[in-house]
Every structure is written in structure tokens, then in C-alpha cells.
Design a binder for this molecule. Structure first.
Ligand SMILES: [Fe+2]
Length: 365
């Protein structure tokens, strides 16, 4: 088996694992929402926490594996479950980057500090600094997963409304976070701030004067970093998901928009935005992207990315298997072999009809 085929096979296996985990998590979330609607608020908290712990473990091993699975959101059900899961997986990947970067900075500082004092005194210094501990990350990711759980007590016709909400309707929808969401958590005995804060504050302003944010009494500077990550993951996911009324944004142009809006607002936010870029700023292996010359490509390796062209520039499937191209190669700068960032990233299934036979075969088997 050639290297390229082996690589596609490996990506396909990883995607299948992600898909199964995603389906399982979605089923558990659906059960939780059904329970909440039936009982007025109670659900199997442990089941959700177990699901989240499994997702955290998987995301930490394969950061971008979930990215291309769930970008089609057509119904209220999709909205409630896929968006919650996407915010959880994206937020968890960003949180991991954020934790690593803070850890590196503090540990470098500790290393400099410890080298400046006598060796026999360094024993009292901590070995290494971890910003959020592994068990805290699972709690925070649970907060990401249930951040919109309050929507299960909001009338569906308001959440599904196509046109603009009236002022009264918007006031009702707003309560899904700081009121209904918190009510549900409290009813289930959850008082952990890592879970409560993303639910209560995920629509808060990230800078003074940001419009349409609530509750307003919480100032941006008082929001924990993980709440800011939750809000940004939610925004990013909304932009990169395909809805019945809009095409999905290309991930890089969504990131660019988010950077333009938020990056100059405060330095702490910049730190989070860079973690965001590291976590989701690459094209996931196994996704489909388009070049400026119109060619469609399969991403073999995120770094670069290194891609395999699948069609010619008119969109006709290539009959011979081409060599992979490293799009980071500087010699390509002046050519049209560059990513068209106006076009959305797709999954192979969405473009199945034009895939070459060898890829169809590897993906299906
Ligand atoms: Fe929300």
C-alpha cells in the first residue's frame, strides 16, 4: 500500500472513531434534553460528564478530528445538539492550547527563577505549573457541552423563528443562559463554577460596549478565560456551520473576522485568540478544500497543508493519482496553487460524486 493510501486509511479510521463518539455524545445529549423537558429540569448528570470525559480524551489526542464532521445544521434538533457538541469539542481544543501556552510561560519563568537561587533552596519550588488541572478541564468542557441547555426550556418556535425576534421575544430567549440554564443546573445539584460560568455568561460582552450581550452586569475583565473561550467557540462554530439560510464560512475567513472584531480590544483576549488560531487555524486532515485555480483537494496533512489534488481546475475528476503538494512551499506563492479562503471547507461525503475511485474505496472500506 502506498504511503498516501496508508495516510488516507489512517485518517478515515480516525474520522470513523470521531463519528461514533459524536453519535454517542449526541444520543446522550438528546436523552438529557428529553429528561429536562419531561421533568422540568432533571437529567442524568453523570452520563453527560462521562461523555465529556471521553470527548476531552479524544480531542487531546486528535485535536482537529471533530472539526469537519458536523457542519450541516438544518433543524432545531441539529441546532441544539450539534452546536453544543461543536462548542464543546472546539472549546476543549482551544482550552488545551491555552493551558499549554500559559504553562510554558510560567514554567520558563520558574526555571529562570530557580536557577537564580541556591540549589538547596529550590526544593520548595513547584516542579511545574499547570493552569487548569485535568479534572478541571473535564468540568469546564462539561460547561461548554451544556452551555445552551437552558434552550430546552425556551419555546421552540422562538428558537426556530426565521425573522428577527421582537424585543419581548428576545428577552425570553436571553433567559436560556443566566436564568433557565442555571435553574436546570441547580435542580441537578450542580454548583461547580467551571460548569455554571459558561452557562451563565456565554453571551457576555468580551469588550466594553460590545452590542447585544447579556447579562450586562458582568464586566469583560471579570470573565474567566474559559468563559471567553466558550463564547468564541460558539461564534466560530455558528460561522463555520452550514445553515438552511447560509453557506458555511471557510474556517480561515471566520477566524479572520473574529480576529478583526476582537483582537485589538484587550491583551488577555489576544492570548486566547492565538490559542484559538493554534487549535483551529489549520485545515483538518481528511477535509476537502479548494484552490484559487478551481481545483478541489483532499488534505493529507494539516501542517502546510499538504494536499492531494482530486480534480482539474474545471472540476473534472483527475484520472491519474497525482503527487501530494505542500501548499506552504514558497515557490507556489506566485501561482494559483493557493487556498481559496472564500470557499467553505467540506467533508469528502459532501463531494462524494466527484471523488476519484481510489478515495471512494478507501473511505468506504
Ligand atoms: Fe446561548
Amino acid at each position: 500500500m502506498s504511503n498516501v493510501t496508508q495516510k488516507i486509511k489512517k485518517i478515515t479510521i480516525q474520522k470513523k472513531e470521531a463519528f461514533l463518539k459524536y453519535q454517542k455524545a449526541k444520543e446522550n445529549l438528546r436523552n438529557a434534553v428529553t429528561d429536562i423537558k419531561r421533568s422540568g429540569g432533571e437529567f442524568e448528570v453523570q452520563q453527560i460528564q462521562k461523555t465529556v470525559a471521553d470527548i476531552v480524551d479524544f480531542v487531546n489526542r486528535n485535536a482537529s478530528a471533530f472539526n469537519y464532521l458536523t457542519k450541516n445544521i438544518f433543524s432545531y434538533e441539529d441546532y441544539l445538539y450539534n452546536r453544543s457538541l461543536n462548542t464543546c469539542t472546539i472549546g476543549t481544543a482551544v482550552l488545551d492550547q491555552y493551558n499549554q501556552r500559559i504553562g510554558e510561560i510560567v514554567n520558563n519563568y520558574l526555571a529562570t527563577f530557580s536557577s537564580a537561587i541556591p540549589e538547596n533552596d529550590t526544593k520548595s519550588l513547584p516542579d511545574s505549573f499547570i493552569n487548569y488541572l485535568p479534572e478541571e478541564i473535564v468540568d469546564i468542557s462539561t460547561g461548554f457541552m451544556v452551555h445552551d441547555i437552558g434552550n430546552s426550556l425556551i419555546p421552540e418556535e422562538l428558537l426556530n423563528k426565521k425573522g428577527k425576534l421582537t424585543k419581548t421575544e428576545f428577552e425570553i430567549v436571553k433567559t436560556h443562559s443566566y436564568e433557565k440554564g442555571i435553574q436546570i443546573l441547580e435542580k441537578n445539584g450542580i454548583n461547580n463554577p467551571f460548569i455554571l460560568n459558561p452557562v451563565r455568561y456565554h453571551h457576555c460582552a468580551l469588550f466594553i460596549g460590545e452590542p447585544n450581550c447579556y447579562p450586562q452586569e458582568k464586566l469583560p475583565m471579570d470573565l474567566p478565560a474559559y468563559v471567553k473561550i466558550c463564547k468564541l467557540a460558539d461564534i466560530y462554530d455558528a460561522m463555520t456551520s452550514k445553515r438552511s439560510y447560509h453557506e458555511a464560512f471557510n474556517p480561515r475567513s471566520a477566524l479572520k473576522d473574529i480576529f478583526l472584531k476582537y483582537s485589538k480590544k484587550d491583551s488577555a483576549l489576544q492570548f486566547i485568540l492565538h490559542s484559538f488560531l493554534n487549535a483551529v487555524g489549520t485545515y483538518p486532515a481528511g477535509s476537502i478544500l479548494f484552490l484559487k485555480n478551481g481545483q478541489m483537494c483532499y488534505v493529507l496533512i494539516s501542517d502546510g497543508p499538504i494536499v492531494l489534488p482530486l480534480t482539474d481546475s474545471r472540476g473534472s475528476t483527475l484520472t491519474v493519482k497525482p503527487e501530494p503538494i505542500d501548499l506552504a512551499d514558497e515557490r507556489l506563492v506566485e501561482t494559483t496553487l493557493r487556498i481559496d479562503s472564500q470557499k467553505p471547507v467540506k467533508s469528502p461525503i459532501e463531494v462524494y460524486d466527484v471523488l476519484p475511485a481510489y478515495l471512494k474505496e478507501t473511505i468506504l472500506n
